[in-house]
Design a protein around this ligand. Structure first.
Ligand SMILES: Nc1ncnc2c1ncn2[C@@H]1O[C@H](COP(=O)(O)OP(=O)(O)OP(=O)(O)O)[C@@H](O)[C@H]1O
Ligand SMILES: Cc1cn([C@H]2C[C@H](O)[C@@H](COP(=O)(O)O)O2)c(=O)[nH]c1=O
Length: 213
Protein backbone atom coordinates (compact mmCIF):
# COMPACT_ATOMS: atom_id res chain seq x y z
CA UNK A 1 0.00 0.00 0.00
CA UNK A 2 1.60 3.30 -1.09
CA UNK A 3 0.76 6.82 -0.01
CA UNK A 4 -2.08 8.66 -1.73
CA UNK A 5 -1.67 12.45 -1.82
CA UNK A 6 1.81 13.48 -0.71
CA UNK A 7 4.99 11.54 -1.45
CA UNK A 8 6.82 9.27 0.94
CA UNK A 9 10.58 8.78 0.50
CA UNK A 10 12.78 6.59 2.73
CA UNK A 11 16.58 6.57 2.79
CA UNK A 12 18.15 3.28 3.80
CA UNK A 13 21.54 1.70 4.36
CA UNK A 14 23.93 0.74 7.11
CA UNK A 15 25.45 3.03 9.72
CA UNK A 16 27.61 5.88 8.41
CA UNK A 17 26.53 5.87 4.75
CA UNK A 18 25.21 9.44 5.02
CA UNK A 19 21.44 9.01 5.48
CA UNK A 20 20.97 11.79 8.07
CA UNK A 21 23.16 14.16 6.07
CA UNK A 22 21.23 13.45 2.89
CA UNK A 23 17.73 13.52 4.44
CA UNK A 24 18.38 17.14 5.43
CA UNK A 25 19.87 18.03 2.03
CA UNK A 26 17.15 16.30 0.00
CA UNK A 27 14.44 17.95 2.13
CA UNK A 28 16.04 21.37 1.54
CA UNK A 29 16.22 20.74 -2.21
CA UNK A 30 12.53 19.75 -2.29
CA UNK A 31 11.54 22.81 -0.22
CA UNK A 32 13.41 24.98 -2.72
CA UNK A 33 10.95 23.61 -5.29
CA UNK A 34 8.05 24.94 -3.19
CA UNK A 35 7.04 21.68 -1.52
CA UNK A 36 6.10 21.17 2.13
CA UNK A 37 8.55 18.56 3.44
CA UNK A 38 8.52 16.68 6.74
CA UNK A 39 11.97 15.36 7.72
CA UNK A 40 11.76 12.42 10.04
CA UNK A 41 13.62 9.33 11.24
CA UNK A 42 13.30 5.82 12.63
CA UNK A 43 13.24 4.63 15.23
CA UNK A 44 11.50 7.85 16.23
CA UNK A 45 9.66 10.61 14.40
CA UNK A 46 6.81 11.08 16.92
CA UNK A 47 6.91 11.60 20.71
CA UNK A 48 5.87 8.00 21.44
CA UNK A 49 8.29 6.55 18.90
CA UNK A 50 11.15 8.70 20.25
CA UNK A 51 10.45 7.25 23.72
CA UNK A 52 10.71 3.75 22.25
CA UNK A 53 13.94 4.82 20.47
CA UNK A 54 15.52 5.49 23.86
CA UNK A 55 14.60 1.97 24.99
CA UNK A 56 16.16 0.52 21.83
CA UNK A 57 19.35 2.57 21.63
CA UNK A 58 20.39 2.66 25.29
CA UNK A 59 21.48 -0.08 27.66
CA UNK A 60 23.49 -3.25 27.46
CA UNK A 61 24.06 -5.20 24.23
CA UNK A 62 21.81 -8.06 25.41
CA UNK A 63 19.05 -5.89 26.86
CA UNK A 64 16.41 -7.22 24.39
CA UNK A 65 15.94 -10.45 22.49
CA UNK A 66 15.75 -10.13 18.67
CA UNK A 67 12.00 -10.85 18.88
CA UNK A 68 11.43 -8.09 21.45
CA UNK A 69 13.47 -5.69 19.36
CA UNK A 70 11.40 -6.46 16.26
CA UNK A 71 8.21 -5.76 18.22
CA UNK A 72 9.63 -2.50 19.62
CA UNK A 73 10.66 -1.30 16.14
CA UNK A 74 7.21 -2.21 14.78
CA UNK A 75 5.48 -0.43 17.68
CA UNK A 76 7.60 2.69 17.18
CA UNK A 77 6.81 2.58 13.44
CA UNK A 78 3.07 2.22 14.10
CA UNK A 79 3.08 5.41 16.20
CA UNK A 80 5.31 7.22 13.69
CA UNK A 81 2.97 6.30 10.82
CA UNK A 82 -0.21 7.19 12.71
CA UNK A 83 0.96 10.47 14.28
CA UNK A 84 3.42 11.87 11.74
CA UNK A 85 3.57 10.17 8.35
CA UNK A 86 -0.09 9.60 7.44
CA UNK A 87 -1.25 13.08 8.56
CA UNK A 88 1.55 14.68 6.50
CA UNK A 89 0.75 12.62 3.40
CA UNK A 90 -2.96 13.34 3.77
CA UNK A 91 -2.36 17.09 3.68
CA UNK A 92 -0.19 16.69 0.58
CA UNK A 93 3.27 17.05 2.15
CA UNK A 94 6.37 15.08 1.19
CA UNK A 95 7.83 12.91 3.95
CA UNK A 96 11.55 12.12 3.86
CA UNK A 97 12.45 9.49 6.45
CA UNK A 98 15.87 8.38 7.67
CA UNK A 99 15.10 4.61 7.68
CA UNK A 100 11.71 2.81 7.57
CA UNK A 101 10.44 -0.77 7.12
CA UNK A 102 13.45 -1.92 5.07
CA UNK A 103 15.72 -1.38 8.10
CA UNK A 104 13.62 -3.89 10.05
CA UNK A 105 13.81 -6.29 7.09
CA UNK A 106 17.61 -5.90 6.93
CA UNK A 107 18.50 -5.90 10.66
CA UNK A 108 15.80 -7.98 12.39
CA UNK A 109 14.63 -9.98 9.36
CA UNK A 110 18.05 -10.60 7.77
CA UNK A 111 20.92 -10.12 10.21
CA UNK A 112 18.98 -11.43 13.25
CA UNK A 113 17.36 -14.22 11.21
CA UNK A 114 13.69 -13.53 12.00
CA UNK A 115 12.80 -13.57 8.30
CA UNK A 116 10.94 -11.16 6.05
CA UNK A 117 7.52 -12.70 6.53
CA UNK A 118 7.46 -12.07 10.30
CA UNK A 119 8.59 -8.46 9.81
CA UNK A 120 5.97 -7.83 7.11
CA UNK A 121 3.27 -9.35 9.33
CA UNK A 122 4.17 -6.97 12.17
CA UNK A 123 4.14 -4.09 9.68
CA UNK A 124 0.70 -5.08 8.39
CA UNK A 125 -0.69 -5.17 11.94
CA UNK A 126 1.02 -2.00 13.19
CA UNK A 127 1.08 0.28 10.17
CA UNK A 128 -1.47 -1.10 7.72
CA UNK A 129 1.38 -2.16 5.44
CA UNK A 130 2.21 1.41 4.40
CA UNK A 131 5.11 1.49 1.93
CA UNK A 132 7.20 4.42 0.72
CA UNK A 133 6.68 5.64 -2.85
CA UNK A 134 10.46 5.49 -3.20
CA UNK A 135 13.13 3.78 -1.10
CA UNK A 136 16.69 4.82 -1.82
CA UNK A 137 19.52 2.56 -0.68
CA UNK A 138 22.71 4.54 -0.09
CA UNK A 139 25.49 2.11 -1.00
CA UNK A 140 29.20 2.18 -0.24
CA UNK A 141 31.86 -0.29 0.97
CA UNK A 142 31.25 -1.34 4.57
CA UNK A 143 34.74 -0.46 5.81
CA UNK A 144 34.46 3.12 4.47
CA UNK A 145 31.07 3.58 6.14
CA UNK A 146 32.52 2.19 9.40
CA UNK A 147 35.37 4.70 9.19
CA UNK A 148 32.89 7.57 8.78
CA UNK A 149 30.86 6.29 11.75
CA UNK A 150 34.00 5.87 13.87
CA UNK A 151 35.17 9.43 13.17
CA UNK A 152 31.67 10.91 13.73
CA UNK A 153 31.13 9.10 17.06
CA UNK A 154 34.77 9.32 18.24
CA UNK A 155 34.80 5.53 18.64
CA UNK A 156 31.69 5.38 20.92
CA UNK A 157 29.45 2.67 19.45
CA UNK A 158 25.73 2.31 20.30
CA UNK A 159 23.99 -1.08 20.84
CA UNK A 160 23.73 -1.66 17.08
CA UNK A 161 27.06 -0.18 16.00
CA UNK A 162 28.80 -2.51 18.47
CA UNK A 163 27.49 -5.70 16.82
CA UNK A 164 30.59 -6.43 14.78
CA UNK A 165 31.60 -6.85 11.17
CA UNK A 166 29.74 -10.13 10.47
CA UNK A 167 26.43 -8.67 11.66
CA UNK A 168 26.85 -5.55 9.54
CA UNK A 169 27.85 -7.64 6.53
CA UNK A 170 24.54 -9.55 6.88
CA UNK A 171 22.68 -6.23 7.09
CA UNK A 172 24.40 -5.01 3.90
CA UNK A 173 23.69 -8.30 2.09
CA UNK A 174 20.01 -8.13 3.00
CA UNK A 175 19.71 -4.50 1.84
CA UNK A 176 21.34 -5.46 -1.48
CA UNK A 177 18.95 -8.40 -1.86
CA UNK A 178 15.93 -6.19 -1.12
CA UNK A 179 17.06 -3.64 -3.69
CA UNK A 180 17.50 -6.36 -6.31
CA UNK A 181 14.25 -8.20 -5.59
CA UNK A 182 11.60 -7.54 -8.27
CA UNK A 183 8.95 -8.50 -5.69
CA UNK A 184 9.63 -5.16 -3.99
CA UNK A 185 8.55 -3.40 -7.14
CA UNK A 186 11.26 -1.87 -9.34
CA UNK A 187 9.33 1.40 -9.10
CA UNK A 188 9.97 1.60 -5.34
CA UNK A 189 13.68 0.83 -4.96
CA UNK A 190 16.72 2.73 -6.23
CA UNK A 191 20.36 2.21 -5.28
CA UNK A 192 22.50 5.35 -5.17
CA UNK A 193 26.28 5.56 -4.70
CA UNK A 194 27.08 7.19 -1.34
CA UNK A 195 30.76 7.91 -2.02
CA UNK A 196 31.82 11.34 -3.23
CA UNK A 197 31.13 14.93 -2.32
CA UNK A 198 27.92 15.44 -0.29
CA UNK A 199 26.49 17.76 -2.97
CA UNK A 200 27.14 15.18 -5.68
CA UNK A 201 25.32 12.52 -3.63
CA UNK A 202 22.38 14.91 -3.16
CA UNK A 203 22.20 15.43 -6.93
CA UNK A 204 21.98 11.64 -7.34
CA UNK A 205 19.11 11.54 -4.83
CA UNK A 206 17.22 14.31 -6.63
CA UNK A 207 17.58 12.31 -9.85
CA UNK A 208 16.24 9.26 -8.00
CA UNK A 209 12.98 11.04 -7.07
CA UNK A 210 12.63 13.23 -10.19
CA UNK A 211 9.82 11.10 -11.64
CA UNK A 212 7.72 11.72 -8.48
CA UNK A 213 7.94 15.52 -8.69
N1 LIG B 1 29.47 12.28 1.11
C1 LIG B 1 30.15 12.30 2.25
N2 LIG B 1 31.49 12.36 2.24
C2 LIG B 1 32.20 12.37 3.40
N3 LIG B 1 31.65 12.33 4.64
C3 LIG B 1 30.31 12.25 4.70
C4 LIG B 1 29.49 12.23 3.52
N4 LIG B 1 28.20 12.16 3.91
C5 LIG B 1 28.20 12.13 5.25
N5 LIG B 1 29.46 12.19 5.74
C6 LIG B 1 29.89 12.16 7.15
O1 LIG B 1 29.84 10.78 7.53
C7 LIG B 1 29.34 10.66 8.86
C8 LIG B 1 28.09 9.77 8.82
O2 LIG B 1 27.05 10.47 8.12
P1 LIG B 1 25.55 10.38 8.63
O3 LIG B 1 25.49 10.63 10.11
O4 LIG B 1 24.75 11.25 7.75
O5 LIG B 1 25.28 8.85 8.32
P2 LIG B 1 24.03 7.93 8.68
O6 LIG B 1 23.87 7.01 7.51
O7 LIG B 1 22.86 8.75 9.06
O8 LIG B 1 24.58 7.12 9.92
P3 LIG B 1 23.79 6.36 11.12
O9 LIG B 1 22.90 5.34 10.51
O10 LIG B 1 24.92 5.74 11.90
O11 LIG B 1 23.06 7.41 11.92
C9 LIG B 1 29.07 12.09 9.36
O12 LIG B 1 30.17 12.52 10.11
C10 LIG B 1 28.93 12.89 8.08
O13 LIG B 1 29.30 14.25 8.24
C1 LIG C 1 14.51 1.62 11.95
C2 LIG C 1 15.41 0.52 12.42
C3 LIG C 1 16.68 0.78 12.91
N1 LIG C 1 17.47 -0.22 13.32
C4 LIG C 1 18.81 0.09 13.86
C5 LIG C 1 19.77 0.58 12.83
C6 LIG C 1 20.66 1.55 13.58
O1 LIG C 1 21.76 0.84 14.09
C7 LIG C 1 19.79 2.03 14.73
C8 LIG C 1 19.29 3.43 14.51
O2 LIG C 1 20.37 4.30 14.59
P1 LIG C 1 20.52 5.57 13.60
O3 LIG C 1 21.81 6.20 14.07
O4 LIG C 1 19.35 6.45 13.83
O5 LIG C 1 20.60 5.07 12.20
O6 LIG C 1 18.67 1.14 14.79
C9 LIG C 1 17.02 -1.53 13.29
O7 LIG C 1 17.75 -2.45 13.70
N2 LIG C 1 15.77 -1.79 12.82
C10 LIG C 1 14.94 -0.82 12.39
O8 LIG C 1 13.77 -1.10 11.96
Amino acid sequence: MSSTRGRFISLEGGEGVGKSTQVARLAAALRARGLEVVETREPGGSPGAEAIRTLLMEGTAGRWTPETEALLFAAARADHVARTIRPALERGAWVVSDRFLDSSLAYQGGADGLGAEAIRTLHAIGSGGLLPDRTILLAMPLHEASNREWVRDAGELDRFGARGADYHARVAQTFAALAGDPANGPARYRTVGALGDVAVVTDRLIDAVADLL
